[in-house]
Ligand binder design. Structure first.
Ligand code: 13P
Ligand code: ZN
Ligand code: NA
Length: 283
């Protein structure tokens, strides 16, 4: 069934594990996530960026994910990721979303707080939880591009103030990860993570998990990360499986073949990431 994301994240935090949150784009990737999570008996978060809502249609995503969540006996939250718009968030909530991220990271602090608080007040009034972000995560996600000069690590005291000023339920922090894959090996600032965790009362979220070595993910969870966002590492196997199908047969024209191969490839990564997060068997 569809449930609140905070409920899942809090339970994970108590058990010192994390909930995997996967960015999906279409029917097959929804199926890959839900089947993978179900086989792992893991609670899971399915999320879409505003770009995906535009591509696939908010109404379609809302009913497909709700149906999928009802068909499988695991808790599923439906979350909008990196949404800069109050109105889009209202539309999401009207279409079965149980969790939202308001992203005002490109705004000045005061403007950011104003936007995030407005969303939080509205969402809480209808029982929906809100993820906010402070600091600036680098890389490319959807149509946002943040280069390394603009990226900024989260300052612990500012994180504490931001949570208090806005009333958000979970906090995405910048500790050295970036959206997309990495050129070298990403170095996570674990001391910063622990300093934030020590003074911030809400569960913490790690974005940009694709390309981060497994032992860094594990260390981050140990130090208090309770939700892990994964996008690129699902996009890559999907593209590779489709390309592989056409490499074998350039005249392939059956979507059930190339999309079927994509779904299987994505599902394998979903299961692997859930095991890495430690949330198998938690459902
Ligand atoms: P990656 O593409 O690096 O997995 O980042 C995912 C993310 O943070 C989605 O919000
Ligand atoms: Zn992100
Ligand atoms: Na990444």
């Amino acid at each position: 069934p569809l449930v609140s994301s905070l409920e899942l994240i809090k339970k994970a935090k108590e058990k010192k594990v994390a909930i995997a949150a996967f960015n999906i784009h279409n029917l097959e990737t929804i199926q890959a996530v839900i089947e993978g999570a179900s086989e792992e008996r893991a609670p899971v978060i399915i999320q879409t960026t505003p770009g995906t809502l535009k591509h696939a249609g908010i109404e379609y995503i809302g009913v497909i994910v709700k149906k999928a969540a009802d068909m499988y006996n695991i808790p599923v939250a439906l979350h909008v990721d990196h949404c800069p718009s109050f109105n889009t968030i209202v539309q999401c909530i009207k279409n079965n979303y149980t969790s939202v991220m308001i992203d005002g990271a490109n705004l000045e602090y005061e403007e950011n707080v104003k936007l995030v608080k407005r969303v939080t007040d509205m969402a809480h009034a209808v029982g929906i939880q809100v993820e906010g972000e402070i600091g600036r995560i680098g890389g490319v996600e959807d149509d946002m591009f943040v280069n390394s000069d603009e990226a900024a690590l989260t300052i612990p005291s500012e994180a504490k103030k931001f949570v208090e000023d806005t009333g958000i339920d979970t906090l995405a922090i910048a500790i050295g990860t970036a959206h997309g894959m990495y050129k070298g090996e990403p170095k996570l600032d674990f001391d910063r993570l622990s300093a934030i965790e020590a003074i911030v009362d809400v569960p913490l979220v790690l974005h940009g998990a694709s390309g981060v070595p497994d032992d860094s993910i594990k260390e981050a969870i140990k130090r208090g990360i309770a939700k892990i966002n994964i996008a690129t590492e699902l996009k890559n196997p999907m593209a590779e499986a489709i390309a592989g199908t056409f490499a074998k047969n350039k005249d392939e024209n059956d979507p059930r073949n190339y999309m079927g191969a994509a779904r299987e490839a994505v599902k394998e990564v979903v299961k692997k990431k859930i095991r890495l997060c430690g949330s198998s068997g938690l459902a």
